[in-house]
Design a protein around this ligand. Structure first.
Ligand code: NAD
Length: 366
């Protein structure tokens, strides 16, 4: 498959398979003074692919740093231990950090890159579907604190992102669903035609990994995400639309103590249903819109997630965590709701007290 270049305002994204051949040339172009490279990599990435990648850049002085990607490990103490290694190895700002991994490794590596000597060159090579369609795009980096997810972080762009779909061949189905949740979110909030395409093609993406379709979905998804982040990098307003379903999802994840039962994508799938049901309850979207969303879950064997929503019927516990969401103001809960497929409410338009949201959630139909 030919490599496609997707241009964001700030950096290019190269999308294809077997595209490591580009690495050497692009590093030379974007980081001409680099001599040392730290590859911060996810221990779930197939070693064969990692070695193939390393061999393409063996003219540099390389150190490899392995990370076990857990939310607990996405911490200040891990960041510090990696920063110490870079200092001991005498890395300079013109050297380079490459992240090879899923969203956890990408978030930590990007964060380290942003604070090491006030910013060292950074390249992101995302290896999960979620990282390829979402977390590697948009410049958000971060680590967790005991008080919650991603509470410490920065906005920092890579020199470029290299998406190689070969990484997805070894990715477990649960992780494919996780990335798919964000692809579906992008379609729901911005693009009805893409949503309709997903209706008939999702199984080929999630379960069969048909690469031509996976490639198309990644490209569409990146373009949709970029259309928000390029216009509102620091998330002052427009970018918040990407949080559709996420206030509920983050609360589910926090309640669940960082992914014991639900991973991020599963929580997003549940969160989007809750957000659409709230929209429907408040008559912001009609029954057709809600049914259209339920239909795509049914058609693609995701209906279990709608049913899991019932686990949260006692939603009082979730509300406690929703209040902690970074995006809220004055203890009130701000929600992005859905008007129609492809169209959300304006950020800041729907802000609820906890009593109000408790009341709405209590009265939702199953
Ligand atoms: N920065 C952002 O804008 C942003 C956006 C969304 C999510 N996130 C963050 O992303 C994280 C979730 O990322 P994720 O879903 O990629 O999960 P993850 O990083 O935990 O990776 C999931 C699992 O897949 C394994 N893995 C990675 N690549 C593989 C491959 N090629 N083959 C087989 N296994 C592989 C990992 O070892 C891990 O076990 C969360 O911490 C979330 O907060 C960040």
């Amino acid at each position: 498959m030919k490599t496609t270049k997707i241009n964001s305002k700030k950096y290019p994204i190269y999308l294809g398979n077997n595209n490591f051949v580009l690495l050497k040339k692009k590093i030379k172009h974007f980081c001409p003074k680099a001599k040392k490279i730290a590859i911060i990599y996810d221990n779930g990435v197939p070693i064969k692919l990692l070695n193939k990648l390393k061999n393409k850049i063996n003219n540099y002085n390389i150190i490899k740093i392995k990370v076990r990607p857990t939310e607990k490990n996405k911490s200040l103490s891990l960041a510090k231990s990696i920063l110490d290694k870079l200092i001991i190895k005498n890395f300079s700002r013109s050297d380079l950090i490459i992240s090879v991994g899923g969203g956890i490794v990408g978030d930590i590596a990007g964060f380290i890159a942003s604070i090491f000597k006030r910013g060292i060159n950074f390249i992101n090579i995302p290896t999960t579907l979620l990282a390829q369609v979402d977390s590697a795009i948009g410049g958000k980096t971060g680590i967790n604190s005991p008080q919650g997810k991603n509470l410490i972080g920065s906005f920092y762009n890579p020199k470029f992102v290299l998406i190689d779909t070969n990484f997805l061949l070894s990715l477990p189905q649960k992780q494919m669903i996780c990335g798919y949740a964000e692809i579906l979110k992008h379609a729901i909030i911005k693009d009805k035609i893409f949503f309709n395409w997903l209706k008939t093609n999702s199984k080929d993406i999630i379960f069969k990994k048909k690469m031509k379709k996976v490639n198309y979905a990644i490209k569409k998804s990146c373009l949709i995400k970029l259309s928000f982040v390029d216009r509102d990098f620091k998330e002052s307003s427009l970018r918040m639309k990407l949080n559709f379903g996420h206030t509920f999802a983050h609360a589910i994840e926090s309640y669940d103590r960082y992914l014991q039962k639900y991973n991020h994508g599963e929580a997003v799938l549940i969160g989007m249903v809750i957000a659409t049901k709230v929209s429907n309850h408040l008559k912001i979207c009609n029954d057709d819109t809600l049914n259209n969303i339920i239909e795509i879950y049914k058609k693609n064997s995701l209906i279990n997630y709608v049913n899991k929503f019932k686990d949260f019927k006692n939603l009082n516990n979730l509300i406690k965590f929703m209040k902690n969401d970074k995006k809220n103001y004055n203890e009130k809960i701000s929600l992005i709701l859905l008007k129609d497929i492809g169209k959300t409410t304006i950020p800041g338009r729907y802000i609820f007290s906890t009593d109000k949201i408790r009341n709405i959630l209590k009265n939702l139909n199953n």
